[in-house]
Design a binder for this molecule. Sequence first.
Ligand code: PLP
Length: 240
Amino acid sequence: MSAADRLHEVDRRITEACQRSGRERSEVGVIAVTKYVSAPAVFEVLRTGLKHLGENRWQNAESKWRAVEEASVSDPAVGQAVWHFIGSLQTNKVKEVVGRFTYIHSLDRLSLAKAIDKQAEQLGIRVPCFVQVNVSGEDSKHGLAPGGLEDFIRQIADFQHLEVAGLMTMAPYEAEPEATRPVFRGLRELRDKLNASGLLSYEVKHLSMGMSNDFDIAVEEGATWLRLGSILVGKEEGVR
Ligand SMILES: *Cc1c(COP(=O)(O)O)cnc(C)c1O
């Protein structure tokens, strides 16, 4: 299947999930997670018109990032990509990532928030971040415990060069995707509670949740950004 066919199929399922849950299709964005593929497959995605790309490690993303930035100048069909950093971010990689990736989906600790804020200040930008929450409580998952979210927000509320665009979570892999619903619902409720708390002077709008195995359920529970890898861009042997 071509990237365009895969996108079409994913889009159909998103539209149906929106219909089931009374949502507008325009509320749901798609990030093509390209960590499993090399540059030619990334270009194929961009030529379908999808411009949001997700990578989880700078070391693996760098060559693709450079190739895309170069091509975006010379090839209008490639156009300008918008990069989302979705993986766990080491503080010593902040200098590489901030300024290149528009969004950071993995804000999970104060030291990282300070480093992002500092780097963004130097660049004169404000970085939209997603606070990652470990809703399922699995040991293997990164993210704040749900009970620690408000305290964390209090600590970063005054940062001038970082803004809380939304919350992010990863559900455990489930053979029956329906089983992920409580995780996604939990993230939505945390966002709504955060907005009701008045801790931030602006509204936190976004929910980054839903991957290849469970995105239909995530849409039904309010996802505004899906992070889709294998189902949308496929996988290549040896890339990661
Ligand atoms: C790899 C990855 C994805 C995409 O995974 P698929 O199951 O292939 O869709 C989404 N989010 C994060 C944080 C990832 O690391």
